[in-house]
Design a protein around this ligand. Structure first.
Ligand code: AMP
Ligand code: MG
Length: 317
């Protein structure tokens, strides 16, 4: 595996690898992605192999601009267009009717496709260089902690990927928010854009996220996901001191005494800062191989909803 600083030469090399049917890992503003050209079913199949991701879990297709969007989606309903206008490029994924050219392996056989126009300059340069949409889930083994740095990708996927473009820490650090429109605007996944911001734009969303208690509508809305190797649980109150010595603590605004290690997501209670640190700190605490991670409950409003969702799934059994 080569971890390459994402300069023009490295981006050209990564684009050539994509064009030749290989997968490459690259930074986006949410998390690092493992990408392949979306029209290339064999290349996309390699993503599933590398990640050991079940093929019923569809991928997000990344586009550079609206011209590229038109090669992926058959139609963009007015409310979707409104959200794209407001939030793209950015951390919002829209589920739209797919074009026939998008192979079924990308969408797990669904007639819809999840699409996002990323803002990260390296992701955009890569899209421009390949001049094709890139299907990319997070660059981690299926179900594990999402990668927010090139080092996370190297540590988790190692020799399974040829090229990792290193663009530094992913600025948002948490996955995109996913919205579907058929038959009505519906939140499928909490993410880096708060539900409240979307509702301010187009009005109330139906809720099909796991947190809503609704049956999973989309494949991939699995109860257990984003999990460190170390067992993790969400705690409302601290356990007795004797139970802290061989465990780690992930606080929201404050730490706790008596733990072997701890991190605080945001001392000032800033949801954006907390989201940006979530996976980074979980990777660090996980690497200590302690008995357990106790995570403080994060209030589920604004971006806190996405953090709470990740912690709930990380701790699900
Ligand atoms: P990831 O690529 O790991 O961020 O996950 C992408 C997620 O997007 C999947 O797990 C699904 O929950 C969702 N998704 C992707 N495509 C579709 C689709 N066509 N319809 C509904 N949800 C989708
Ligand atoms: Mg993922």
């Amino acid at each position: 595996m080569s971890v390459l600083r994402a300069d023009a030469a490295a981006i050209a090399r990564a684009a050539a690898a994509l064009g030749a049917g290989d997968c490459v890992a690259f930074p986006t503003e949410t998390v690092y992605g493992l990408g392949a050209v979306a029209f290339d079913a064999r290349a996309v199949a390699k993503i599933f192999e590398i990640k050991e991701r079940p093929t019923f879990d569809p991928l997000i297709v990344h586009v550079l601009d609206t011209a590229m969007l038109d090669r992926v989606a058959r139609a963009v309903p007015p409310l979707a267009a409104q959200l794209a206008e407001r939030f793209w490029p950015g951390a919002l994924t829209l589920v739209l009717a797919k074009r026939a050219e998008i192979p079924g392996i990308v969408t797990a056989g669904l007639e819809s496709v999840a699409v996002r126009m990323p803002a990260h300059p390296v992701a955009r340069a890569l899209l421009a260089a390949v001049a094709a949409p890139i299907a990319a889930p997070s660059a981690n083994p299926f179900g594990r902690l999402s990668p927010t740095s090139a080092e996370h990708v190297r540590a988790q996927l190692g020799a399974r990927v040829e090229i990792v473009l290193d663009g530094g820490a992913a600025p948002l650090g948490i996955e995109s928010t996913i919205v579907a429109f058929d038959p009505a605007p519906t939140l499928l996944r909490h993410g880096a854009i708060a539900r409240e911001a979307i509702e301010a734009e187009i009005g109330p969303l139906l809720d099909a996220t796991a947190a809503s208690g609704a049956a999973p509508q989309a494949p991939g809305q699995l109860p257990q996901h984003y999990a460190p190797r170390t067992p993790i649980r969400v705690v409302d109150a601290l356990p007795p001191r004797a139970q802290r010595a061989r465990a780690a603590y992930l606080g929201y605004t404050s730490g706790a005494e008596g733990y072997a290690a701890q991190r605080v997501l945001s001392p000032g209670g800033d949801e954006r800062e907390a989201a940006a640190h979530l996976f980074e700190y979980l990777h660090e605490l996980d690497a200590l191989a302690l008995e357990r991670i106790d995570a403080a409950r994060v209030p589920a409003h604004g971006l806190g909803a996405a953090i709470a969702d990740r912690l709930a799934r990380a701790s699900a059994r």
